[in-house]
Design a protein. Structure first.
Length: 221
């Protein structure tokens, strides 16, 4: 399915790409991250251009300052929570990695579980480790691909609150892919409604836009 989209996200904003399964949401994230090579595209982050097919520019994925939080956590099962975060800190001197990993686990309120392996963590706790690992890359952009879909409603709300806190702390753009209107209402500053590879709605007033499209979805208190 071809994609025909134009979107921007400023530092400190959360752009929610919202729409049904198969509409192209995850392909956009993968293109930004560099794990998918579109035939025609331009992706710029800050002063850097990561993709410009018209000029033959395609920055390799390992050279992009991207934090990517996956739907299925993508943690290393044989490593502890701390060890999973340390794996993303290769850009720091080895002696500084553990302390930085501990700081990031504290940000997501998991410091006391740092020595637990993923199998001994709840779904919400695993996703917090995934968020900490994504932040460990000192990303220029944070990408979140259905990050709450594998957790129960209570954990979902806690994670939404923590992502909201991170947004207010970090001055970077954040792009959230979701098919859940509640995620948009609770987190987004901007929303793009995608359908069949095309932008149907793009609006900065995310809550009002989604509430108008989905009047039965309750706003968060």
């Amino acid at each position: 399915m071809p994609l025909d989209v134009l979107m921007t996200c400023d530092p400190g904003q959360v752009l929610a790409i919202f729409g049904p399964s198969g509409s192209g949401k995850t392909t956009i994230l993968r293109s930004i991250a560099g794990v998918y090579a579109p035939a025609e595209a331009r992706v710029s982050v800050g002063e850097e251009t990561w993709i410009d097919t018209s000029k033959g520019i395609c920055v390799p994925v390992h050279q992009r300052a991207v934090g990517f939080v996956f739907q299925d956590y993508a943690l290393f099962p044989h490593l502890t929570a701390l060890g999973n975060v340390v794996t993303a800190l290769g850009h720091l001197p080895k002696a500084a990695r553990r302390a930085r990993a501990e700081e990031l686990l504290d940000v997501v309120h998991l410091a006391r579980h740092r020595d637990r392996r993923p199998r001994n963590l709840s779904g919400g706790e695993r996703q917090r480790v995934a968020v900490a690992r994504a932040l460990a890359r000192d990303p220029a952009v944070l990408l979140l691909d259905e990050p709450f879909s594998a957790v129960d409603r209570a954990a979902r709300h806690h994670l939404q609150d923590e992502i909201g806190d991170i947004r207010r702390t970090l001055d970077i753009p954040m792009v959230l892919v979701t098919h859940d209107a509640e995620d948009v209402l609770r987190l987004a500053t901007d929303v793009v409604l995608l359908d069949a590879g095309r932008v149907v709605v793009a609006d900065r007033v995310a809550a009002d836009t989604v509430a108008a499209i989905f009047p039965n979805v309750a706003r968060p208190s």
